[in-house]
Ligand binder design. Structure first.
Ligand code: AMP
Ligand code: MG
Length: 499
């Protein structure tokens, strides 16, 4: 019988990172687990990647997704990186519990990493066990897929597998492995790893790799590395604007958790806001609110300044000139962010024609929402219905405000402004519905789904939540309860990374 060829490999790997110098990573296979069982395979994503869901769900497929079998063509490795964690420099982090199996090119022609997370110890594990608990794996699955469905760049979840092992955290918890797919797992902290060691050659090789892989247009520029920095910044500005517009709080925006490709990555204690307030923080480890909702744009800029710093030797031979060029670029972050955020915010309000005072009108609403603890998601979603309705429907929105009169005043002005739009009310309403989701992964819903799985081995709530969140802009009347804000006793105030 003929040997298996690449044509019928389970994963048609085409690896590029594994070709980089050996000091970029440590080569090692995942550590097998006791008793793998599939929790969920993301069939739609498997199709997009050109993979066979049938094969991935066979015992041989599940063995690969658990790390018990290294598939043909894989070149497993743990990537090296560094990072600023809560502002403090850590010269070496790296994949302490993840293994990059390889890269494949999807049906869309885009190259993507396939990584196992929770796959055992690596040389970068420090004191960690290299494993992931079931709860955080389900959390990442739910939220990363919800982000993708919202249209926000994100790493994806291809599969979750239970390991049949218990891992030690504060108590013993069931273990799991997540198969994560990303345009790449290269981080701001990957550049900082080499820069921190004064390994200029390493920074150069990485920059070349990143330009070829993610930003080929930068290669055409007179100053490709400066163009790279600008392009990374542009994607981050667009990304953070999208986060702000749906109320997503990442929670741990360390430079090692910021993707060079501009995808949301490393879902830990992240959360979507229920009631709106710019100071909102959920992460239990973010004691001082460094990564609060309202700080996310300025933290992104701070992280990009760190990237600029790592790239300085490649920007110009004269370091004074390099600093000047980089500083000017990084200072333009706020403007670039606003170019994404402001039109996005106005669109959430049904305002497409951009008139003087529109931004003030929007900010006034946000302030009233903050003062009245109004639900962020529902305020915008329901507002769409008020474009052409009688005042009896107003209750659906005004009831979200502690003092409904605060909304009434604003509504009068908004309705007046809306009349100046050239579109019909139906058009405005439908456009608002396409940017204001009905369904977000609400903290209490996520916690309920995780608790059912972890405490009772019941994965139904997880499955159902994933299905609902796949269509966030549709009404899904039979699943309306998933759109509801938490009742007072359901409010989640703190989220944990659980690593
Ligand atoms: P995170 O907060 O998950 O982004 O991880 C920060 C750093 O800690 C990275 O270098 C991770 O690889 C490492 N890490 C997190 N959890 C573990 C674990 N259970 N075992 C080994 N390393 C870990
Ligand atoms: Mg991380």
């Amino acid at each position: 019988m003929e040997q298996a060829t690449t044509d019928d490999a389970m994963f048609p790997f085409d690896n590029s990172y594994a070709r980089l110098p050996e000091r970029f990573f440590a080569r090692l296979p995942p550590t097998p687990v006791a008793e793998p069982s599939l929790i969920r395979l993301n069939e739609r994503l498997a199709h997009e990647l050109g993979l066979s869901p049938e094969r991935l769900t066979t015992p041989a497929g599940i063995a690969v997704l658990a790390g018990n079998q290294v598939p043909a063509g894989a070149e497993p490795l743990a990537m090296a990186y560094a990072g600023f964690q809560f502002g403090s420099w850590v010269p070496q982090l790296g994949d302490g519990r993840a293994i990059l199996l390889g890269e494949l090119i999807g049906r869309d022609g885009v190259r993507r990493d396939v990584q196992l997370k929770g796959s055992g110890r690596t040389p970068f594990s420090r004191s960690g066990d290299g494993r992931a608990a079931l709860g955080p794996v389900l959390r990442e699955y739910i939220i990363s897929e919800a982000m993708a469905a919202l249209g926000i760049p994100s790493t994806r979840s291809l599969a979750a597998v239970a390991t049949g092992e218990r891992i030690r955290r504060e108590t013993y918890l069931p273990g799991a492995v997540l198969t994560r797919v990303a345009q790449s797992h290269i981080r701001v902290g990957t550049f900082q790893f080499f820069a921190g060691r004064r390994d200029e050659e390493g920074v150069r090789v990485l920059a070349d790799h990143v330009i070829a892989r993610h930003y080929p247009e930068a290669a055409e520029s007179d100053n490709p590395v400066l163009a790279l920095l600008g392009a990374v910044m542009e994607r981050q500005a667009a990304l953070i604007a999208r986060w702000q517009l749906v109320g997503f709080i990442h929670g741990v925006m360390n430079t090692d958790n910021m993707s060079i490709a501009g995808e949301t990555i490393d879902y830990g204690p992240c959360a979507f806001m229920d009631s709106y307030h710019p100071d909102t923080v959920y992460s239990s480890i973010d004691r001082r609110g460094r990564y609060a909702y309202g700080n996310q744009p300025s933290i992104a800029q701070w992280n990009l300044a760190g990237l600029a710093n790592a790239l300085l030797p490649l920007i110009a031979d004269d370091q004074h000139a390099a600093v000047e060029l980089a500083t000017e670029l990084i200072q333009s972050f706020s403007t670039r962010f606003a170019q994404h955020y402001q039109p996005g915010l106005l669109r959430k309000l049904g305002l497409a024609s951009a008139q003087d005072g529109d931004l003030k009108l929007a900010q006034d609403l946000l302030q009233r929402m903050a003062e009245n603890r109004a639900d962020f998601t529902l305020t915008f979603r329901r507002l769409g219905a008020l474009v052409d309705s009688t005042s009896k429907d107003d209750a659906s929105v005004r009831g979200l405000f502690e003092d409904p009169a605060a909304f009434d005043e604003w509504l009068v002005r908004w309705r007046e402004r809306i009349r100046a739009e050239s579109r019909t009310p139906a058009e405005i309403r439908s456009d608002m519905r396409s940017v204001n989701p009905a369904f977000i992964p609400r903290n209490h819903g996520v916690e309920e789904a995780i608790e059912a799985a972890v405490e009772r081995g019941d994965f139904e709530p997880f499955e159902e939540l994933v299905e609902v969140l796949a269509y966030p802009y549709e009404d899904q009347p039979t699943r309306a309860r998933y759109a509801a804000p938490p009742r007072p006793e359901q409010v989640v105030r703190e989220t944990f990374c659980g690593t």
